[in-house]
Design a protein around this ligand. Structure first.
Ligand SMILES: Nc1ncnc2c1ncn2[C@@H]1O[C@H](COP(=O)(O)OP(=O)(O)OP(=O)(O)O)[C@@H](O)[C@H]1O
Length: 629
């Protein structure tokens, strides 16, 4: 039966036991490898009734029986029973979950997790039973919404809880009111400790589950296809937090009434954002607006959100009533050069840092070269994104006073946003990626197509790569036969050039083909792996034909327009020549016909065939058309 007690944990009223494979429904399982695994004997759990059913499993009210030498104890617990995972993955998931449970120990902003078990071949997370969730509370209220005061108070609790989990390296990816549990003091705690994150890459027997990386209405754009449009990062939770706050304020779920496919189209393809009510304290509004930036690097992190919510709590009237929430569209992103204040706030300059002028976002060339390279020699005050720093630049006598937002830190020759190539290629992902951060010790975080999360490493693993930016024309290298993503071909068979319309955080290029007419197709964009791409430009296109082809790539109308123009010119010329010939014959003064009878005959014949000049146009047209091919 049950094995020996292996761990006593102060945060939990239970001891954890390991089974050696004989117990209950886990006959095929031996205990997970970690000696500290919080394993609970499934025979000690009695499921009573189901509380709810979610995308990742069911939640049951259960009794946990614990017996010692002199007494028996029965505890009311909640059991989250996950949907079945493939048998070969059970051990892996258990190990990941037990790691998660130990990381969550001692966090009072997160629901108390007791241990793991497997019942009916389904992994179970045993946790404290709480009175209910914020979602349940909202469902009982008229209009289903909370007062602004309550939203701010719960918001502070939740932002703190999320921040605590982020500090442990855990992403939640499933923030929503039903996953915010209420404790005895009516405080909000995080009830889902990152199950989608734990299940990343795990195989499910059901294909529907395989697609799920969260709850669709609350999912950030990068969350839908993290290995293509990702990676997911801490700011992915900022989007989910923003959605939850909007729901608490309005009582309406984001994208209410839309199907999963419609939400995908709105959030990922059309890049739309949920409506945000007006009348919020400015700091809260500002931070919530930031939560819905498409590029997650431009969103606030939880510390920013916590700060905004805390600072706004005093601004709300004591009875906690809201100040008349209306509805309006989210305003455009603030900040110059395409950077939001949240993006800029992610790095703080220090004396001694090497810096250079910051390029405009998604631009390949620096906006100005005030500081090609310099070092920070003084801070005007504690640098935030509104501060100035003194920068010594080689060859300039006095240090320059420069606004911090126009500078980026360069460490070991690299700055956040640089394009890098992995020196030792990995099959799993693209070798070309985008640097997201570099610490002063040389540790880096890089995003690649093919990876769901940021790759952590050291700068020596990477070399600089060619940058790509919006507006450039690119095509697949001719050496690429089976590209990572679909790509269009020209009529001749070679890869068609397209124009970059967006660069995703992992370097994935969103490309449109302006040379193709897209009637009836809402989204004619394609994706490109920068490692498989090369630049196409008028200057580098060899020969006149290629140069002309590049002009055609700018717009589908170029070709028909030029054909029409060619025909028109040919017609005009035909008419002109026809008139001249006619006049020459009449007057006998045209030297062309006087000196070269043969030439004159040919043209005369052509024109003679159709006195209106159309014959001449028909004669010219095939030549014009050939050029267009
Ligand atoms: N520890 C708990 N104590 C009390 N109620 C809980 C507990 N955990 C979850 N619940 C409640 O159980 C219900 C179902 O939760 P569950 O998390 O399965 O569903 P969900 O949140 O809708 O979906 P998902 O699987 O995406 O999290 C919710 O109402 C939730 O508040």
């Amino acid at each position: 039966m049950a094995g020996q007690v292996v761990a006593k944990r102060p945060a939990s009223p239970f001891d954890f036991v390991m089974v050696d494979g004989e117990s209950g429904d886990v006959s095929t399982l031996s205990a997970p490898s970690d000696q500290m695994t919080p394993w609970i004997d499934p025979t000690a759990i009695k499921l009573r009734h189901r509380i709810g059913r979610g995308a990742f499993g069911d939640v049951w009210l259960a009794t946990h029986h614990r017996s010692s030498e002199d007494h028996d104890e029965y505890h009311e617990v909640a059991v989250k029973m996950l949907h079945p995972v493939k048998e070969e993955n059970i051990r892996d998931v258990l190990n990941r979950l037990s790691d998660l449970i130990f990381k969550c120990q001692g966090l009072d902003t997160v629901c108390l997790l007791y241990g793991l078990s497997v019942i009916n071949n389904r992994i179970c997370i045993v946790m404290q039973f709480y009175e209910g969730s914020l979602g349940d509370k909202m469902a009982r209220l008229i209009g289903g919404k909370l007062s602004l005061g309550d939203v701010l108070r719960y918001g502070v609790d939740l932002a703190q809880g999320i921040m605590d989990l982020h500090a442990k390296g855990i992403l939640i990816l499933n923030l929503k009111p039903y996953n915010f549990l209420l404790n005895r003091n009516d405080g909000a705690i995080i009830g889902d400790i990152g199950i989608p994150y734990v299940l990343l890459g795990v195989l499910f027997p059901s294909t529907d589950m395989a697609r799920r990386l969260g709850s669709p209405a609350y999912m950030a754009p990068e969350q839908w296809q993290p290995e293509v449009r990702g990676p997911i990062s801490v700011e992915t939770d900022s989007w989910g937090f923003g959605c939850s706050i909007l729901e608490m304020l309005t009582g309406i779920q984001p994208w209410s009434g839309k199907s999963v496919e419609e939400i995908y189209k709105l959030v990922v393809t059309k890049q739309e954002k949920p409506h945000i009510p007006s009348g919020l304290p400015p700091a809260v509004e500002n931070v919530i607006v930031g939560c819905f930036e498409y590029d997650f690097r431009s969103r606030p992190v939880m510390a920013d959100i916590l700060h905004a919510f805390k600072s706004s709590q005093n601004a709300v009237s004591l009875d906690g009533s809201s100040t008349g929430l209306g509805s309006r569209m989210i305003r455009d992103k603030p900040g110059g050069g395409g950077y939001t204040e949240w993006f800029l706030a992610k790095d703080h300059l220090q004396v001694g840092d090497v810096v250079r002028s910051r390029k405009a976002m998604n631009s390949c060339s620096p906006k100005n070269m005030d500081v090609p390279e310099g070092s920070v020699v003084g801070l005007e005050r504690d640098t935030d994104q509104d501060g100035y720093v003194l920068v010594r630049v080689h060859g300039v006598h006095d240090p320059l006073r420069v606004h911090v937002s126009t500078l980026e830190r360069v460490t070991f020759g690299l700055a956040a946003g640089d394009w890098v190539r992995l020196k030792k290629e990995e099959k799993k992902h693209s070798p070309v990626g985008v640097l997201h951060s570099i610490n002063r010790d040389g540790s880096v975080a890089v995003a690649f197509i093919g990876l769901e999360t940021l790759l952590k490493g050291v700068y020596t693993q990477f070399e600089m790569a060619k940058p790509y930016c919006v507006g450039q024309f690119v095509k697949l290298k001719s050496s690429v036969f089976s590209p990572r993503f679909d790509w269009l071909r020209r009529r001749g068979g070679d890869w068609a050039p397209g124009r970059i319309c967006q660069v995703l955080p992992n370097g994935c290029l969103v490309v449109k083909f302006p040379s193709r007419l897209s009637i009836g197709r809402e989204d004619m964009s394609f994706l490109g792996d920068p490692a498989e791409i090369e630049l196409v430009s008028f200057e580098t296109s060899p020969g006149l034909v290629k140069k002309y082809q590049h002009v055609e790539d700018f717009h589908w109308a170029v070709r028909p327009l030029l054909i029409a123009l060619g025909l028109f010119t040919a017609m005009k010329m035909g008419l002109l020549v026809g008139k001249k010939v006619g006049r020459g014959r009449l007057k006998g003064k045209d030297p062309l016909f006087q000196n070269d009878g043969q030439k004159g005959d040919v043209r005369q014949g052509a024109v003679a065939g159709d006195s209106s000049g159309n014959g001449n146009a028909a004669w010219q047209a095939p030549k014009v058309a050939n050029i267009f091919r």
